[in-house]
Design a binder for this molecule. Structure first.
Ligand code: R5P
Length: 285
């Protein structure tokens, strides 16, 4: 079985090939003078089966993924792993005249199997022609947290939409989890606090699927610190960390950032390679 790592996922592809002891194919990535992408698989992908791993953090990553899929047109079975799928947050029409961008992207991916990781909304999977499976990276994040030296740790979801992430990250590890609940006291007054557990004196890890601008996390960090949390960490599956997100997190008082390598960033301390490797092994080659 051959693994192809796209430009955006070279490290992760290398780690998956290492776990599975599969052949990692080397590709060439460069640009033509006019800026267009030139992509070439330098090693022979053969004709049997190949797994392409490429996150689509930006538009070029997406074009490059399409190029790699096309370059494998003579391979009988093509698996595509999109560890982080860009445009997934545009999963519905919010205003008239808008596209469902996640659908537009999914429809272009021609493959036998598609794997995503903690995709923003699993309903997007239906837009792929291929059999699409969403993998969960939160257990490996939980394992990492479990091994940290923390004071009475508590995993918190910043809203009820992320509570599944907090639950799965703490599952079977003996860690507590909760989510922040907004209560309206009057027309102007709202309180936001953990639904069931007090954070006072505890180390808290806020978990979300994506940290992009870090607006959500920065606000939550400040809130939990004002409520007496000891140290506050943030954890996410997808460290988009656009623009000055990291600075905003530290300005808000974060102790550390825990993220996976679905996007290769300095904060990517947890690898999803075992999660991908297990899924590929189950599907068969
Ligand atoms: C929203 O639905 C997501 O779960 C994240 O909360 C959001 O993408 C975080 O964005 P930002 O870092 O820009 O606040």
């Amino acid at each position: 079985m051959n693994i192809i790592g796209g430009y955006a996922s070279q490290l992760l592809a290398g780690r998956v090939s290492d776990v599975l002891r599969f052949n990692l194919l080397v590709c060439e990535f460069r640009r033509f003078p006019d800026g267009e992408l030139y992509t070439r698989i330098l090693d022979d992908p053969g004709t049997e089966s190949v797994t392409i791993i490429q996150s689509t953090v930006n538009d070029s990553d997406f074009v490059l993924l399409l190029q790699l899929i096309d370059a494998c047109c003579d391979v009988a079975k093509v698996n595509v792993v999109i560890p982080y799928m860009g445009y997934a947050r545009q999963d519905k029409q919010f205003k008239g005249g808008e596209p469902i961008s996640a659908r537009a992207i999914a429809r272009c991916i021609k493959a036998d199997n598609v794997y995503t990781i903690n995709i923003h909304d699993p309903s997007i999977l239906e837009y792929f022609d291929a059999k699409a499976v969403n993998l969960d990276a939160t257990p490996v994040i939980g394992e990492y947290i479990k091994n940290m030296e923390l004071k009475n740790p508590l995993i918190i979801a910043p809203d009820d939409g992320a509570i599944g992430l907090a639950r799965n990250a703490s599952k079977d590890l003996g860690l507590d989890y909760d989510f922040l609940e907004k209560t309206r006291l009057s027309g102007e007054l709202v309180t936001i606090k953990p639904k069931n557990v007090a954070v006072n004196g505890r180390d808290v890890i806020i978990i979300d699927d994506i940290i992009s601008t870090a607006g959500t996390m920065a606000e939550t960090i400040s809130l939990l610190r004002s409520q007496g949390a000891h140290e506050v960490y943030v954890a996410c599956v997808h460290p988009v960390l656009s623009s000055n997100a990291v600075l905003k997190l530290f300005k808000a008082g974060v102790k550390g950032i825990i993220a996976t390598d679905t996007i290769d960033r300095g904060a990517s301390v947890v690898s999803v390679a075992p999660v991908i490797a297990e899924a590929i092994s189950k599907t068969g080659f």
